[in-house]
Design a protein around this ligand. Structure first.
Ligand code: AMP
Ligand code: MG
Length: 415
């Protein structure tokens, strides 16, 4: 079987991703991490009025021809209050956020002013302006942040903290979001043992702890999925079919790890084929060559998507990030589904590239360059913890120290 290019695998997965349609309206305090279903338009300008960006004095510039001019303080405007029209030759004491009184055209910050000494009557106090103001100084204009009628958030946006703050700034308390994806997760492999069930000292020979379950569950949760953990399914055709059939009834996606090679102990392929259909791909991707994609029939909802990931933990991690994540984001209704790479300098040599596209575990050093983890084996999960991103290295391209490479920081991938 010839290898499938990563881009083709991604294209086929995305072509098979059907975005959810159901929308629910949540209080925006509950909407963190969800995907916005309807674009949001502002009914008002933010800020609503011209206001001061400093504590100081509002005045007319023409009243201050030279530094040292004295003006009578005729009114006081704290934030939350409205002043009155500024009479010629007077100033208004004003505070950050307070609306600019009519007639004023600049603010002078209080550090640039001094109170005339010897004043007894505060109402009569005068302020010395030690600075030549220009029209517009320290004034925040109405609509400078948001204009009335502007679209502030578009459908398909994943809501993080700034988006929720912006929605609140135009008075929105409830947001329409797509319902969460329901994902069933199980691991295959007779060698797997659950941490907590068997102590390390009692681990039977030939067994290993099931790390993929925790890895994948975390990755799914970071994408806002509702995860049903079906645990470990033994390497057995009937058991695998049974698990698939049950999961397909109430989930959008069934995600498994292990058992997608074509060894005799790999039952995922025949089980999915019996319960639906699947394509088994060998992707030109390192780590992470084998991947299965298909569907499982469901009586309740027609079908559930199926993705089978390779068992090696780092292969599982990389294929999730580069293929499953875009699939999930598209199904979840998100607009941006693929990560953006940045160009950074390699502070290492990588003379023997693979013929497959390779995602190298790397991290930024203090000089702004990248370093590689010393062991890039697909079984070494330490590399993913040490790293803060993946270098996306094209097939067959050697890297020389000092060259620029494409780097995908985990901030682009792990949320
Ligand atoms: P497989 O894809 O089933 O052939 O597994 C490939 C390798 O990954 C084998 O060394 C497995 O023991 C290991 N592996 C499979 N599933 C897991 C898992 N859930 N956690 C840790 N390692 C696993
Ligand atoms: Mg296996």
């Amino acid at each position: 079987m010839s290898l499938l290019a990563y881009e083709q695998a991604l294209e086929q997965l995305l072509a098979g991703a059907c975005p959810v349609q159901q929308v629910e309206t949540l209080q925006s305090t509950e909407a963190l991490g969800r995907v916005l279903a309807v674009s949001q338009v502002s009914s008002l300008a933010v800020p609503p009025l011209d206001n001061s960006s400093m504590d100081g004095y509002a005045l007319r510039c023409t009243d201050v021809p030279t530094p040292g001019t004295k003006l009578r303080i005729a009114q006081r405007i704290p934030a939350g209050s409205i002043g009155h029209t500024l009479a010629a030759g007077t100033a208004a004491r004003i505070f950050t956020g307070a609306p600019i009184p009519a007639g004023a055209d600049a603010i002078v910050m209080q550090e640039m002013c001094s109170l005339e000494s010897g004043e007894k009557n505060a109402a009569e106090s005068r302020i010395i302006i030690n600075h030549l103001p220009k029209p517009g100084d320290w004034i925040r204009r109405s609509g400078e942040d948001i204009q009335a009628g502007a679209e502030i958030l578009c459908a398909g946006t994943r809501l993080s903290a700034p988006q929720l703050g912006l929605a609140a700034s135009i008075g929105i308390a409830g947001l329409p979001v797509f319902r969460r994806l329901r994902v069933a997760l199980f691991s295959t492999g007779n060698e797997l043992v659950m941490p907590g069930e068997v102590a390390p000292a009692d681990l039977p020979p030939g067994t290993i702890y099931n790390s993929n379950r925790f890895l994948l569950r975390g990755l799914l949760q970071q994408l806002g999925c509702q995860v049903t953990d079906l645990g470990i399914v033994p390497d057995d055709l009937a058991a695998t079919r049974f698990a698939l059939r049950g999961a397909a009834e109430a989930h959008d996606l069934i995600l498994t790890s292990g058992g997608v090679s074509v060894g005799e102990e790999d039952h995922v392929k025949p089980a999915v084929q019996a319960e639906g259909d699947l394509a088994l791909w060998k992707i030109a991707l390192k780590p992470g060559k084998p991947l299965a994609f298909g569907y499982v029939r469901s009586q309740a909802q027609g079908q559930a998507a199926f993705i089978g990931l390779p068992g090696n933990p780092v292969s599982c991690f990389v294929t999730f990030l580069m293929l499953v994540r875009p699939f999930i984001l598209k199904t979840q209704g998100a607009q941006t589904v693929t990560p953006s790479a940045i160009r950074l300098r390699a502070d290492f040599d990588f003379p023997q590239p693979d013929a497959r596209r390779e995602y190298l575990r790397a991290r930024r050093n203090q000089n702004g360059g990248l370093e590689l983890f010393h062991n890039q084996s697909s079984g070494v999960l330490t590399s993913a913890v040490w790293a803060d991103g993946l270098i996306d290295n094209p097939p067959g391209v050697a890297i020389r120290r000092g060259q620029e490479v494409s780097f995908l920081p985990f901030s682009e991938l792990l949320y």
